[in-house]
Design a protein around this ligand. Structure first.
Ligand code: PEP
Ligand code: MG
Length: 579
């Protein structure tokens, strides 16, 4: 038996047989091809490219009707790249000139292109490196294992084990109804994680060596809650997980009944529960669980896996669709946070960007590149004519930045008015508090904004100086660190003093372990992945605010982290049943 630990990114427990997807970076060695066999080697390469083309086209025709609309364009992008001379022709010259095997020639081209993309200044182009490598890996795989592993995935009762997943795999997963998936790499907001959550299947990322240790056919248990993967069958463990899975299914069924129930505490304090969405397709889940609105719409997903950024028109149509779907409820559209999310996807960055999380991301990038920012602001403002759209600015760290954005919004409004375009002149504008500088000065920001939203994912990484993507320091990632709690409390107080609403939209807001503490600290708006909403609503309905306030005060005074943790466990103690 073997247990591997990673990051659980989609809840639930699954058991089944492994299907290990291997491709690309298999050990590739160089060998010399005799001159008389060179043309045969060239043909072998061309055959592998042809097979990759056929594979992608086949996947393209099998996209299920309910797959996100972006899916087809992801496959098209890969097909276009495959037809580029840099991928389908350049290796031919290498084979002939260096008299080497086709896989080695393609590997050299992969390294060369990877390096070139990594050195690009434009973060958007730099991020394209992942797509290029995925396309090359598909061809490499066809060279190394000519049968093509992608075609071998059999039934929907399997658990997919992969190093990482490509958009093409994503489509296939949707189609094959895999039971769960686990990957060596990836972060909690990588494509893999997002996909798993939208599919509602358990998933673990960042297992490091799953593909090295596991074989197709191994018996696996995936515990998406705890991020634990168990390989091998042991009757005691399997039956324990079976029992837990039944309990989970029963609990979900009970929680689903809460859809129409109000999120109100025992002492009748209403709490607002909002949904975080990445793609318009997530709207369905948000509506199903009865979210009071969208507290965070991560628009950067609209910009990924495609050749060009979406036009103003495309953005307008997409945002308007979301805003209309939530008609009378707020839809908080966050302006682009592109660079950060590409890093989460695992794109390595080139020289000059040693600390990408501290670099040109989010609002910094937008203020630098108006060709990205202006069309987005215009699109959001135009979408505001159809409902309650709100603008949210990520990563604010200085007031000057905020003033700059506010002036741009005003300028955009004037232009739209001149053009006779409809928009909400009094659109609500909020800022994310996710940099310690902004948290410490939350009162200064609150004075110029209509609402605040605490982004704990970044706030914690910056406060504790731990890269949220770096596994080697993830043990230090601690939402209960007194410094984090003090910053959160300060932001809640600043918003209250300025009489503006404050929400929390980081992962902490959707983690049941912290709900009662946050309620006690005075937080009344929580925004989370919609799948977590019923569970959080249940906790709210079983909590008494007056008591939690007293407990929270005690917790805030506890300097010793062991004591602090005991106190938090204590307020979570009394049992919950749905209802
Ligand atoms: C956060 O930082 O908490 C947040 C919600 O934004 P993201 O995770 O997209 O950086
Ligand atoms: Mg953030």
């Amino acid at each position: 038996m073997l247990a591997l630990h990673g990051t659980g990114v989609s809840q639930g427990i699954s058991m089944g047989k492994a299907y290990v997807l291997r491709r690309g970076q298999a050990d590739i060695s160089q060998y010399r091809i005799p001159r008389q066999l060179l043309e045969q080697e060239v043909q072998r390469f061309e055959q592998a490219v042809d097979t990759a083309r056929t594979q992608l086209r086949r996947i393209r025709t099998r996209i299920p009707a309910d797959a996100p609309p972006e899916t087809a364009s992801l496959i098209d992008t890969h097909l276009l790249m495959l037809n580029d001379d840099m991928i389908c022709r350049a290796p031919l010259a290498v084979i002939r000139e260096q008299q080497c095997n086709a896989d080695w020639a393609l590997k050299l081209q992969r390294d060369d292109l990877g390096g070139r993309f990594a050195r690009m200044e434009d973060p958007y182009l730099r991020a394209k490196r992942i797509d290029v490598e995925q396309v090359i890996d598909l061809v490499l795989h066809n060279l190394v294992e000519p049968r093509g592993a992608n075609q071998d995935i059999g039934s929907g009762s399997q658990i997919l084990v992969a190093n990482d997943l490509t958009p093409a795999d994503a489509v296939m997963l949707t189609r094959m109804r895999m039971k769960a998936f686990v990957t060596d790499v990836g972060g909690p907001i990588s494509h893999t994680a997002i996909l798993a959550r939208s599919l509602g299947i358990p998933a673990i990322v960042s297992l490091h060596s799953a593909t090295a240790f596991l074989r197709t056919g191994d018996h696996l248990v995936v515990d998406g809650d705890r991020g634990v993967l168990i390989a091998g069958s042991h009757e005691g463990i399997t039956s324990e997980y079976r029992r837990r899975r039944h309990a989970l299914v029963r609990m979900r069924r009970e929680l689903a009944k809460l859809r129409g129930a109000r999120a109100v505490t025992r002492d009748r304090q209403p709490i607002t529960l909002l949904a975080n969405i990445e793609l318009p397709a997530d709207l369905k889940v948000a509506a199903r669980v009865g979210a009071s609105g969208i507290g965070l719409y991560r628009t950067e997903y609209l910009f990924m896996n495609r050749q060009d950024p979406p036009s103003e028109e495309e953005q307008y149509r997409t945002y308007a669709r979301v805003v209309k779907a939530f008609a009378d409820r707020p839809v908080t559209i966050r302006t682009l946070d592109l660079a950060a999310d590409r890093q989460v996807d695992g794109a390595s960055v080139g020289p000059g960007t040693t600390n990408p999380a501290l670099g040109l991301r989010a609002v910094r990038l937008c203020l630098r590149d108006m060709s990205l920012f202006r069309p987005q602001l215009r699109a959001i403002l135009r979408a505001s004519a159809h409902g309650k759209a709100r603008i949210m600015i990520p990563m604010l760290s200085s007031l000057e930045e905020l003033f700059h954005v506010l002036a741009l919004i005003e300028d955009t409004k004037r232009t739209l008015a001149r053009e006779g375009k409809r928009f909400n002149r009094r659109i609500t504008i909020g800022g994310m508090i996710e940099v310690p500088a902004a948290a410490v000065c939350a009162d200064l920001f609150a004075a110029h904004l209509d609402f605040l939203s605490i982004g704990t994912n970044d706030l914690i990484q910056y406060t504790l100086a731990i890269d949220r993507l770096d596994d080697s320091v993830s043990y230090l990632y601690d939402p209960l660190h007194p410094s984090v709690l003090r910053l959160i409390e300060g932001v809640i107080d600043a918003a209250r003093a300025a009489r503006i609403p404050v929400a929390m939209c980081g992962e902490m807001a959707g983690d049941p372990h912290y709900t009662r503490l946050l309620l006690g600290m005075g937080l009344t708006e929580f925004s989370m992945h919609p799948s977590m909403l019923p569970q959080i609503k249940n906790i709210v309905r079983h909590s008494e605010l007056a008591r939690l306030r007293r407990s929270a005060r005690k917790i805030m005074r506890a300097g010793d982290s062991a004591l602090l943790r005991r106190l938090v466990d204590k307020i979570n103690e009394n049992p919950l049943s749905a209802g």
